[in-house]
Design a protein around this ligand. Sequence first.
Ligand code: ADP
Length: 272
Amino acid sequence: MGDTIYTMGVDIGSTASKGLILKDGKEIMASAVIDVGAGTSGPSRAIKEVLKKTNLTLDDIDFITATGYGRNALEEADFQMSELSCHAKGAYFLFPKVRAIIDIGGQDAKALKIGDGGVLENFVMNDKCAAGTGRFLDVIARVLEVDISQLEELDTKSTLDVTISSTCTVFAESEVISQLAQGTKIEDIVKGIHDSIASRVGSLAKRVGLKDDVVMTGGVALNKGMVRALERNTGHKIYTSEYCQLNGALGASIFAYQKVMQNKRKTKVESK
Ligand code: ADP
């Protein structure tokens, strides 16, 4: 493959496994998302799938960095990095003006403060409670008998403000069932749920101190209804990208590229 450097980032989350291949530290060649996370076949399937989308084999990959909740269990990995650093790195690559990141994944929500050059300065996190995470949306989507990917469109159809006041996922589920029994429209419930999550995550984000540009990452950022609810709550424009769920894997593959370059420099110095 000549002098081209191929690096892979693998982000093993609680809910999904993500793989991304970067060419020469700049070009995203391929990516894959498998809807199962740590402790499952997800990580190895993500690696297989992302390789399949290129003409590469594992031997062609110069360096693999693992991140996410299940990063320490990945045998193929050459290195592990915290997902906070990877999110900062990935978002800075996509949005060089980033100053804050709101990340909502399957089982946690984080707000990151980013300094000059994409450096992580501070963060706050909720990983103690499902409310305010993707899990909350997954539970509600099941009760409403819709797919998670339909929430965005339902949100746009809402005409009535509905307040979901329960702060606990289990009670919110009962509240939604009772709203349905009273004839409240699904779209209005969906928007109410988005606003309820935005209020929880919005206060987390305010604690870290939001500054423009604000970027949202994680699988939940695929739901633009959720992005709009956070914009209403925080008063900031929120940027997202098609790679929002792959942002951690992207950051990991950039770190992998930097490792390769460092090792090359070392070898040069040693051979002098
Ligand atoms: P983790 O890294 O914790 O595994 P992710 O950042 O991959 O989590 O996000 C997973 C969450 O993203 C799911 O719980 C789900 O709520 C949400 N999600 C996944 N795909 C979609 C989609 N197509 N539309 C809206 N939300 C989605």
